[in-house]
Design a binder for this molecule. Structure first.
Ligand SMILES: NC(=O)c1ccc[n+]([C@@H]2O[C@H](COP(=O)([O-])OP(=O)(O)OC[C@H]3O[C@@H](n4cnc5c(N)ncnc54)[C@H](O)[C@@H]3O)[C@@H](O)[C@H]2O)c1
Length: 297
């Protein structure tokens, strides 16, 4: 099978490329190496064919789709807080690029896609979130862009699995993500800044678990379906800090700051559907994932 991974030079994308190569797939990436964070941190694994191009550019997308059997669509601006400062970039890269890609897929007769959606589409509702729950109150432009992109996937009539990923972490993660920022502060013996009082809960997903979910959802894409890809166990920020402190044997100095706009108090995945329909389940515990992440630094 020949797979196009959009955004394949990014954190989750390049891990996905490695998993696809390992099972014998031919892999092509289209990535524009945007400056949402240092582009020097982005790369693709050896053996991947790389097209430096933008998914908003129909000609580049047509080229990238040539000879492809399936698409893993990860190209997007990620990050809730940054989306409040620049909603237009999120509309263009997350919605516009998805529309361009879906249209080009239809024209090329390519039907199968897995789409990297986000738990943020559930907004600030209480969990555990199920795929059939309302997702019409996004709390940030990022969340709105992911929900809008999902709806364009529905309207395409293609075989699309939308995976709502729950806070993915692990080796190579984006430098702006909380765990990466905390780890940098710990190793620099600097205080850690926590937004809110530390009681917020996140359902953290180790990157290789997320990748297995994306692959399973791509393989089984038939019609339009949504899957929560999370651990099903929300973890308080205080436990994140404790895990980092225990693993590094360093005491943490914590500065508390006001909660940030767009942040939600809880994410919590009900993963029954992914278990039943994809035969998928997370395998890496949070403490194990943190140990693997720290070992990668
Ligand atoms: N990391 C998480 O916790 C998480 C959670 C939920 C959903 N997601 C989604 O998973 C996907 C991957 O996230 P990530 O954490 O690896 O982010 P990332 O920023 O590391 O990767 C995204 C990649 O897409 C590329 N890109 C952006 N716009 C593009 C465009 N128009 N054309 C071509 N390439 C473009 C970027 O250069 C980058 O390499 C994103 O769609 C993100 O919204 C991530």
């Amino acid at each position: 099978m020949h797979v196009l991974v959009t955004g394949g030079a990014g954190f989750i994308g390049r891990r996905l490329c490695s998993a696809l190569l390992a099972r014998g797939n031919r892999v092509r990436v289209i990535d524009n190496f945007d400056d949402a964070y240092d582009p020097e941190l982005k790369h693709v694994p050896e053996g991947v064919e790389l097209i430096r191009g933008d998914c908003c550019d129909p000609a580049a997308v047509r080229l990238a789709l040539d000879g492809v059997d399936a698409v893993a669509h990860l190209a997007a601006r990620a990050g809730v807080r940054e989306s409040i400062a620049d909603p237009e970039a999120y509309g263009r890269n997350n919605v516009g690029a998805t529309i361009t890609l879906l249209h080009a897929m239809r024209e090329a007769g390519i039907r199968r896609m897995v789409f990297a959606s986000s738990s943020s589409v559930y907004g600030a509702a209480g969990g555990p979130f199920r795929e059939c729950d309302p997702a019409d109150r996004p709390a940030s432009p990022y969340a709105a862009s992911k929900r809008a992109a999902e709806l364009f996937c529905v309207s395409s009539g293609l075989d699309v699995s939308a995976c709502r990923l729950f806070t993915v972490y692990g080796p190579g993660q984006r430098p702006g993500m909380a765990i990466a920022k905390f780890a940098r502060a710990i190793f620099a013996n600097k205080p850690v800044t926590v937004y809110g009082d530390g009681s917020s809960l996140r359902d953290y997903t180790y990157v290789d678990d997320a990748v297995r979910g994306l692959v399973a959802a791509m393989d089984r894409a038939r019609g339009y379906n949504v899957y929560n890809i999370g651990c099903g166990q929300p973890i308080p920020l205080t436990e994140v800090l404790a895990a980092l402190s225990d693993a590094t044997r360093k005491r943490l100095k914590v500065n508390y700051s006001a909660p940030q706009p767009g942040d939600v108090p809880l994410t919590h995945a009900d993963i029954t559907l992914a278990r039943e329909q994809l035969g998928w389940a997370p395998a890496v515990s949070f403490r194990e994932g943190i140990a693997r992440y720290l070992a990668s630094l």
